[in-house]
Design a protein. Structure first.
Length: 132
C-alpha cells in the first residue's frame, strides 16, 4: 500500500481527498495508455536504471515519514498537500522532459494528456496550501 493510499482516509479536507482521487485516476489512466504505446517508443522496461528505482523507493519512504509526522503533529492535511504537491512537480518535470525529447506521436499524446491532468491537480493542491 502506498503512503498516499494509506493516509488519504485520514485527511480532514474533502478538497485534498478529492484531488488525491483525481491524481490516482490520472496516474492509473496514464499507466494504461503508456502500456499501449511503450513498444512503439522502443523502451525496454528492463533498461530502467537502478538509480531511477532507488529514487522512487526513497520518495515513498520520505512520503511515509512526512505523512506520519504530520498525522501525529495534527497537521496531516498540510503536510500531505505539500509533499504530494512536490511529487507532482517532479512528475511534471520528468514528463515535460520526455515530451520534449520524444518524436513518437502516440507517446506525445499520452504525455500531453497526463501533463494537463497533473497541472490541474497540482493547482488544487497549491490552492489548498496557499489558503492554509
Amino acid at each position: 500500500t502506498s503512503p498516499i493510499t494509506q493516509y488519504q482516509p485520514k485527511l480532514k479536507s474533502s478538497t485534498i481527498r478529492a484531488a488525491t482521487t483525481q491524481l490516482q485516476t490520472s496516474i492509473n489512466n496514464t499507466n494504461v495508455q503508456l502500456k499501449n504505446v511503450i513498444g512503439q517508443v522502443c523502451v525496454d522496461p528492463a533498461a530502467i536504471s537502478e538509480e531511477a528505482t532507488t529514487t522512487v523507493t526513497t520518495d515513498i519512504t520520505t512520503l511515509s515519514i512526512e505523512f506520519e509526522s504530520g498525522y501525529y503533529a495534527g497537521t496531516l492535511d498540510y503536510s500531505y498537500a505539500t509533499a504530494v504537491y512536490a511529487q507532482i512537480s517532479k512528475m511534471i518535470a520528468v514528463q515535460t522532459e520526455a515530451r520534449q525529447q520524444t518524436e513518437n506521436a502516440a507517446f506525445a499524446a499520452v504525455l500531453d494528456t497526463s501533463l494537463s491532468d497533473l497541472k490541474t491537480i497540482q493547482e488544487q493542491f497549491k490552492n489548498f496550501i496557499d489558503a492554509a
